[in-house]
Ligand binder design. Structure first.
Ligand SMILES: [Zn+2]
Length: 342
């Protein structure tokens, strides 16, 4: 099969398109023909060697895959060639106390697609059946590939972790990103008043079409001042944060009394100063959020199958142009996911 590999860390020019042996499924595994695979910013960190994941060379990137089963391993029941699947990103043990209590993203011995299995930058990969999620009829491979990380992450943050309720105000950082635009759609559908920020007026206009009530250009406007204005000085009930650095600070200051900031990322600054006094006096909360559960992926597929959410696809590239696709993502000019379609 054809695969995009890298043998050393670096920029996109370390990627090599190579012909390698087809993987074979062992007991309890299936072989999947990859039909669409989404890029994530994590891929850049992994390629550059700053992801904090252990990378063995040569490595195949890609954690979001949609495809069809072409072969099943020994002892596999309930799955057959032709079934359309989207593997859950985490390989869980199914037995630790977190797996047994609906907190499987905290599994004590997790594997991850592209680390414990093959990756999405390839024509095929092998995956344990425990990780498989069925793609509903009528959902395209492209939409399925663009769904999981963006929507299930946003779902887990908004509903499971921050417990957003109808009638509350949420402020979403960087609504132009994959999870930001997914959060806008889910929060709006849940009955929240949705404020969001982005680096350009074009991104805010696009987010308005998805359900954003009020947009703030964080490059030209005072984010905290505008949130206070829009909420009659009450502040936001929930801040959806995945950026880090300056936007983390502004998010914290945009919270109202007893408000909660839910966070899952920090690309723009991992270590920040923290003003303790106003934080505890307003009884604010910061809530960490890591990945999502397989059930949450299935709920997002339910919404997609009913046409209630729209995964955003910015562009698709053939496998051979993976380096170019990564460069587009790195320039951060896209709105929606970038896909490889092997
Ligand atoms: Zn576990």
């Amino acid at each position: 099969m054809k695969a995009v590999l890298f043998h050393e860390f670096g920029h996109s020019n370390v990627l090599r398109v190579e012909e390698i042996d087809d993987p074979r499924p062992c007991a309890g595994e299936v072989l999947i023909r990859n039909r669409a695979s989404a890029l994530n910013h994590l891929d850049i960190d992994v390629r550059e060697g700053i992801s904090r994941f252990p990378v063995a060379f040569p490595h195949i990137l890609g954690v979001e895959v949609a495809g069809e089963i072409v072969e099943v391993g020994k002892g596999v029941t309930g799955w057959a060639p032709g079934d359309r699947v989207n593997p859950y990103i985490i390989g869980t043990c199914g037995e630790c106390r977190f797996c047994r209590s609906a907190r499987e993203s905290l599994c004590l011995t997790p594997g991850f697609i592209s680390f414990s299995t093959g990756g999405g930058y390839a024509e095929m990969l092998v995956c344990p059946t425990r990780q498989l999620v069925r793609i509903p009829d009528g959902v395209s491979f492209e939409d399925a590939a663009a769904l999981q990380v963006a929507f299930a992450t946003a779902w887990h943050m908004l509903f499971t972790r921050a417990q957003l309720m109808a009638g509350e105000t949420v402020m979403i950082n960087s609504v132009g990103s994959g999870i930001g635009s997914a959060a806008v759609q889910l929060a709006r559908r849940a009955g929240a008043f949705v404020i969001g920020n982005a680096s350009s007026d074009e991104k805010l206009a696009r987010a308005r079409e998805l359900g954003l009530d009020e947009g703030i250009n964080h490059a030209t406007e005072d984010v905290v001042g505008r949130v206070m204005e829009l909420t009659d000085e009450a502040g936001a009930d929930v801040v959806f944060e995945h950026v880090g650095g300056d936007l983390f600070q502004k998010g914290l200051e945009s919270l109202g009394k007893d408000g909660r900031l839910v966070i899952c990322g920090a690309h723009a600054g991992e270590v920040v100063p923290f003003d303790i006094i106003p934080f505890f006096r307003a009884q604010k909360r910061i809530i960490g959020s890591f990945v999502y559960s397989r059930l949450e992926v299935e709920k997002c597929f339910d919404l997609l199958a009913r046409g209630q959410v729209e995964p955003l696809v910015h562009s698709t590239f053939p496998l051979e142009r993976a380096a170019e696709a990564m460069d587009v993502m790195e320039r951060r000019e896209h709105f929606g996911k970038i896909l490889l379609t092997p």
